[in-house]
Design a protein around this ligand. Sequence first.
Ligand SMILES: *[C@@H]1O[C@H](CO)[C@@H](O)[C@H](O)[C@H]1NC(C)=O
Ligand SMILES: *[C@@H]1O[C@H](CO)[C@@H](O)[C@H](O)[C@H]1NC(C)=O
Ligand SMILES: *[C@@H]1O[C@H](CO)[C@@H](O)[C@H](O)[C@H]1NC(C)=O
Ligand SMILES: *[C@@H]1O[C@H](CO)[C@@H](O)[C@H](O)[C@H]1NC(C)=O
Ligand SMILES: *[C@@H]1O[C@H](CO)[C@@H](O)[C@H](O)[C@H]1NC(C)=O
Ligand SMILES: *[C@@H]1O[C@H](CO)[C@@H](O)[C@H](O)[C@H]1NC(C)=O
Ligand SMILES: *[C@@H]1O[C@H](CO)[C@@H](O)[C@H](O)[C@H]1NC(C)=O
Ligand SMILES: *[C@@H]1O[C@H](CO)[C@@H](O)[C@H](O)[C@H]1NC(C)=O
Ligand SMILES: *[C@@H]1O[C@H](CO)[C@@H](O)[C@H](O)[C@H]1NC(C)=O
Ligand SMILES: *[C@@H]1O[C@H](CO)[C@@H](O)[C@H](O)[C@H]1NC(C)=O
Ligand SMILES: *[C@@H]1O[C@H](CO)[C@@H](O)[C@H](O)[C@H]1NC(C)=O
Ligand SMILES: *[C@@H]1O[C@H](CO)[C@@H](O)[C@H](O)[C@H]1NC(C)=O
Length: 691
Amino acid sequence: WVLGRHKLATSIVFFFCLSDVSCNSVEQKIYVELNNTVPCVRLLNATHQIGCQSSISGDTGVIHVLESEADLEWPLSKGPNPPYMVLLESSLFTRSIMMKMKNESNRVAGVAVVVPNTSPPEFSPHTTCPNENTGVYSDNYGPNLAHCNTTVWNPRGNGLSYEEFDFPVFSLKEDNETEFIKQCYLDHNRAVNGSAPQYPLCAMQLFSHMHAVTNTPTCMRRNDINFSINPEMVCDPLGDYNVWGSIRPYNDTVFGHKENESVVIAAARLDSRAFFWEVSTGAEGSVSGFVTLLAAAQALREVTHAAPPTRNILFAFFQGETFDYIGSSRMVYDMENGKFVIDLDNIHSVLEIGQVAVHSGTNLFLHSDPVSRRNNTVNDEVREELFSSFFVPLTWPNVSQPLPPSSLQRFLRAQPIPGIVLADHESAFNNRYYESFYDNAANLNLTYPSDLSPEEQLEFVTDTAKSLTDVATVVARALYKQAGGDESLVNTIKADPKIVTQMLYGFLVSSNNSWFQAVMAPELKNILKPSPPEYYVGVAMSSTPTRLVQYLLANLTGACLFVHYGAGIPPHSHSLFLSQMYSYLWVQGIVPPNSTERDSFCVRASVRLTKAVSPAFELGEYASKDYSTWTESRWKFIKARIFLVASRDLEMLTLGVGVAVLFTSLLVTYFISTKADVLFSSTREPASAAY
Ligand SMILES: *[C@@H]1O[C@H](CO)[C@@H](O)[C@H](O)[C@H]1NC(C)=O
Ligand SMILES: *[C@@H]1O[C@H](CO)[C@@H](O)[C@H](O)[C@H]1NC(C)=O
Ligand SMILES: *[C@@H]1O[C@H](CO)[C@@H](O)[C@H](O)[C@H]1NC(C)=O
Ligand SMILES: *[C@@H]1O[C@H](CO)[C@@H](O)[C@H](O)[C@H]1NC(C)=O
Ligand SMILES: *[C@@H]1O[C@H](CO)[C@@H](O)[C@H](O)[C@H]1NC(C)=O
Ligand SMILES: *[C@@H]1O[C@H](CO)[C@@H](O)[C@H](O)[C@H]1NC(C)=O
Ligand SMILES: *[C@@H]1O[C@H](CO)[C@@H](O)[C@H](O)[C@H]1NC(C)=O
Ligand SMILES: *[C@@H]1O[C@H](CO)[C@@H](O)[C@H](O)[C@H]1NC(C)=O
Ligand SMILES: *[C@@H]1O[C@H](CO)[C@@H](O)[C@H](O)[C@H]1NC(C)=O
Ligand SMILES: *[C@@H]1O[C@H](CO)[C@@H](O)[C@H](O)[C@H]1NC(C)=O
Ligand SMILES: *[C@@H]1O[C@H](CO)[C@@H](O)[C@H](O)[C@H]1NC(C)=O
Ligand SMILES: *[C@@H]1O[C@H](CO)[C@@H](O)[C@H](O)[C@H]1NC(C)=O
């Protein structure tokens, strides 16, 4: 066979040189790998599959650079060389264009979107009514509020993230790589005066084949087939860990209802998503909220030690909320089933921090649930207590409006609990880039003077940090008052702008900074990157944001112990030790000025991680209507490359010649092996016959 292949290859080269295509085109067929690409991948829920995929051997098409919507005519009907690989500027990455291509998917091999460094005026590939089927509003609960009937929260949403495309869609960074592709297009593919361009043409091949199909029940069934028959998993549930911590620690071996225990829950979400896999930056969508909550937790450390409030305060950071409230639904499920340190009856109230990218002159809004507020008990508590806990001009939106998409909805689904959601929008979101890759540092106006070094930027208190500090102060004071703290001390509670600015820098600019290095465990230092972390929940079960928030919450609420080893405290080789009451985290610490060694130390904190995997997978109800059923397909590899293709006719001819040569060599081989004893009469070893 080696002989046969060699002959095939030689004859193809031979053929190219004979034909009027220059021998050069064989050399040009060499592939150029594209390095800065991000695919859109397939996700599945109980009933649908969304996202994108290529065929198993990758999809290849002739590159067409789209210049306007009208220009779609060429790839979709007029162009003579389908299928086309359409290269889009992000301004053309619209629902109308994508749906037209989806409709003609036999002529579209794939799409590559060039992501620019500057943001468009607005863009949200999410739905207009996020998590509409898994919140609290339904036919049984506020039916007139369900399905965003009264308020469309994300009116800019074009829903592209929830569409299914049966061709691959990749993003490309705007840099010399895209220039290289465009040059290849201009040199080879451009239609001159509407006439067909000449071969060879510049083509692109995208590989993103997805193993899972149809929906979650189907792919979970395939996962469950015995390993010997099917050694490959095809999909995994989306999930991670929730991070939580409390002012007073709980004995982590005692679950369920606690007598005489009343807890105020302060919550925020950790995750976000974007159209493309793992590029979500969630600045306003989630970072603004959880940074505020972390800063509020820090602001409460002193006062809650000096004058503990009568109620406990539990800080909860939920993962996977984007995908039908994975984290909060799991915590509520655990509380209902006696698998958490408290249960729902222990909850006094919930204060959730939503999107809070406030700028000067704008208000914050307190959202509450009009349905449970109709119940007088809950109404009184929300109005009198929660509202009066705030100290700055805050506004109630119109009462007939439902809660925005929020974790609180999952608590209300289980029980009428008083609660409010703090956000920067009165009705529809202010965020112009909800769940998109443009919801980044620039969306929060996070800018630094250009002459600062990274370390100076880390310390520089931006205006964004100042305003979030104010919000954190308000939240901390409200929580303290809400928890029954000493009213005379409330005004002493202040969030620290330096900590807020450092967190914004770490979460939105570069997680590899001296502060994050100091608070992390030695073996986790590699997750710090000179870029912001990705906030997509994923399937790996320990994403960077979870770890960062775990260690930061420990640093901001815990206590430093300069302990001796032994006595149950770990040596720094394994740096997390869980006692019944506390987590002990060994952290790197800073490098002192006149030293090269880090001053490692141990932090004792009440910070814990609990699973944020949808109860649907716990219960094996893969078609659940109550819980998130999102899974992510597995794939073998993701790759993109460009190369020049010869014409299809030429390729067919080449193939034909190749096949002819193959058969000839087979015949020759057959002839030689049957006549071997004649031809090679001296060597009679039996093995020689087995070619
Ligand atoms: C899809 O294509 C069909 C015919 O090919 C056309 O009738 C229909 O309007 C198209 N739909 C959209 C959304 O473009
Ligand atoms: C919204 O709810 C009201 C009251 O139930 C109903 O009359 C109306 O048709 C609903 N609107 C939509 C768009 O569903
Ligand atoms: C699954 O996702 C699709 C696409 O977003 C949606 O239309 C459908 O309602 C979802 N199914 C369930 C059970 O939530
Ligand atoms: C793009 O730029 C980088 C760095 O400037 C360089 O290493 C790379 O070779 C360039 N690629 C192309 C295709 O020009
Ligand atoms: C991608 O990386 C490979 C190997 O580093 C390099 O050969 C290739 O030129 C790069 N592609 C582009 C378009 O820069
Ligand atoms: C394209 O058309 C224009 C005017 O119709 C003509 O001047 C030009 O030479 C044409 N270009 C080519 C390459 O045929
Ligand atoms: C799958 O494996 C289990 C245990 O490994 C065995 O009991 C069962 O019979 C197997 N089922 C099939 C269909 O092979
Ligand atoms: C935690 O609870 C367990 C079980 O009730 C008990 O044995 C243990 O002493 C408690 N630990 C602490 C530190 O109170
Ligand atoms: C109001 O909520 C409280 C607390 O959950 C509950 O005990 C009571 O039955 C509710 N009242 C009405 C009228 O629904
Ligand atoms: C950012 O700055 C622009 C213009 O200066 C302003 O319109 C916008 O409201 C600011 N956004 C935030 C979140 O501060
Ligand atoms: C938190 O981090 C800072 C800076 O590294 C450090 O000075 C402080 O001691 C840490 N606090 C705790 C409780 O770990
Ligand atoms: C570092 O310098 C300070 C002040 O110069 C000194 O007090 C301290 O002992 C030095 N530490 C070490 C480890 O040399």
